[in-house]
Design a protein around this ligand. Structure first.
Ligand SMILES: Cc1ncc(COP(=O)(O)O)c(C=O)c1O
Length: 459
């Protein structure tokens, strides 16, 4: 079953009472409003970093007294920590439904995972990537021949565009396709299985950027038939500095270690010529030099278990309802334009970007925060080419990742992104919809100014 089909099948019939949000940290945090008083913070920026699941926090707290070194200590706690770390690897492999021979490498993040893979490309590898990707997927391939593909307007067009590009390539050399599972700008799902089939039909491999997909949907390496998957713990309710690259071992084992150092090396000896000879590990440890982040890995495993036990079917159905609430609310405001590549009916996760006619997006986001206690993101979301395409902007126009270049009221080349997930209460998205309606109808109640590239309330 493709990712697209999985989502389409999940319809919002679930009962509110049955589908309570998963407990996350920070759900009772209050923040001051510029207009006076306090309000419970509505964290609607999950796509950047999601709050920690309470379960993850509790697991980490329970383990913390037993914390010890990994792969390098004879003591009881070192052995316990090593077991925990290696078990985390197995849990992640299960979560991703990996093939038996796949490796799970713990990294710092999706960005780190994709840079690691970029360093492991065989000589002469050609890389194919859509311009719509997050910069983490767009930019790491600096030593390869990269073909950038234009933004498709339908999932079918995405597959056809890739097929055409692959048909033109040198069929003898290695090739890699890098594609997102869910866009960090539009939230739309990409036809991953179909793209994987196209890649494989042309002798190419494929890596799935699941940074925005894994927190919202089951990801099966086997079903999607992708060669690698990358994701980040901090978007998967496990904000302890770890990420994952999982998939085929051969390119990883053939490559030099990503970092050179202890842990990656099995044996180091002095050579007769005075130099040093190194035997590197062939397991995942090859690319995990240095002391591993056991808490990061353990927290990811804890999140994987929590999401699996909660049941993705339930989580998807609940999120679908939140998506419908937000999209229906925004559709009632004629000044709002939702950014989309694939159209209204496209299956998507809880990530929605939009612009408001007559508003600088940074000004709008600042007012949502200061006057309603709602945290969203504004900017180009580290996907500059995609946002420019969606806004119909000249490719040369200025615009910074996360920083607005225009003052309040001026035309801006940026957008507003609201994003949510398993821990989001209905009240947060309902407050968001109400706030958008009020701001557009009545304007901001406060004055704002730009300071260090950010729009802030004027005091
Ligand atoms: C689709 C996508 N890929 C990759 C990344 C990079 O993730 P990280 O910053 O955790 O490395 C992000 C982050 O927003 C993302 O949304």
């Amino acid at each position: 079953m493709s990712v697209t089909a999985t989502t389409a099948a999940a319809t919002p019939t679930a009962d509110r009472a049955v589908c309570a949000p998963l407990p996350v940290l920070g759900r009772d945090v209050t923040v001051p409003l510029v207009t006076g008083g306090d309000v419970t913070y509505a964290a609607l920026d999950y796509a950047a970093s999601a709050p920690a699941l309470q379960r993850v926090w509790d697991d980490v707290a329970a383990y913390a007294p037993y914390y010890g070194s990994v792969h390098r200590g004879a003591g009881y706690l070192s052995q316990l920590s090593t077991d925990l770390f290696e078990n985390a690897r197995r849990t992640v492999a299960e979560f991703l439904d990996c093939r038996p021979a796949d490796q799970v490498v713990f990294t710092r993040s999706t960005t780190d995972s994709l840079n690691l893979l970029a360093r492991a490309l065989p000589a002469g590898c050609q890389v194919f990537v859509f311009e719509t990707e997050h910069h983490a997927s767009l930019l790491p391939w600096r030593d390869a021949r990269v073909t950038f593909l234009d933004a498709p307007r339908t999932p079918r067009q995405a597959v056809e565009t890739l097929e055409r590009a692959l048909a033109d390539r040198d069929p003898h050399g290695p090739a890699l396709v890098c594609v997102t599972g869910a866009s960090n700008v539009t939230g739309e799902l990409w036809p991953v299985r179909e793209l994987a089939a196209a890649a494989h039909a042309h002798g190419a491999r494929i890596v799935l950027d699941a940074a925005q997909l894994a927190p919202h949907h089951p990801v099966s390496v086997r079903e999607l038939d992708v060669d690698w998957v990358a994701f980040s713990g901090h978007k998967l309710y496990a904000p302890f500095g770890s990420g994952v690259l999982a998939g085929r071992a051969d390119w990883l084992t053939a490559a030099d270690p990503y970092l050179a150092g202890g842990g990656a090396s099995r044996k180091v000896t002095r050579r007769e010529d005075g130099g040093v000879a190194v035997e590197w590990h062939e397991s995942a440890a090859r690319h995990e030099a240095g002391s591993p982040n056991v808490i990061g890995a353990y927290s990811i495993a804890s999140a994987c278990k929590a999401l699996t036990e909660a049941g993705f079917e339930t989580l998807v159905a609940r999120e679908r309802r939140l998506i419908d609430t937000v999209r229906a609310g925004l559709a009632e405001v004629p000044e709002v334009r939702i950014l989309s590549l694939f159209g209204d009916d496209a299956p998507r996760v809880g990530v929605i970007s939009f612009v408001v006619e007559g508003w600088n997006s940074s000004h709008f986001a600042a007012a949502l925060s200061a006057e309603y206690g709602i945290g969203v993101r504004d900017g180009l979301f580290c996907a500059h080419p995609l946002v420019r395409t969606l806004l119909g902007a000249d490719p040369g126009t200025q615009g910074e990742c996360g920083a607005p270049e225009a003052a309040p009221g001026e035309k801006s080349l940026n957008a507003i992104r609201v994003s949510f997930g398993a821990g989001t209460p209905d009240e947060h998205v309902e407050r968001f919809v109400r706030a958008v309606r009020e701001l557009v109808r009545d304007g901001a109640k406060w004055r704002y100014r730009t300071e260090d590239g950010r729009c802030v309330p004027a005091v």
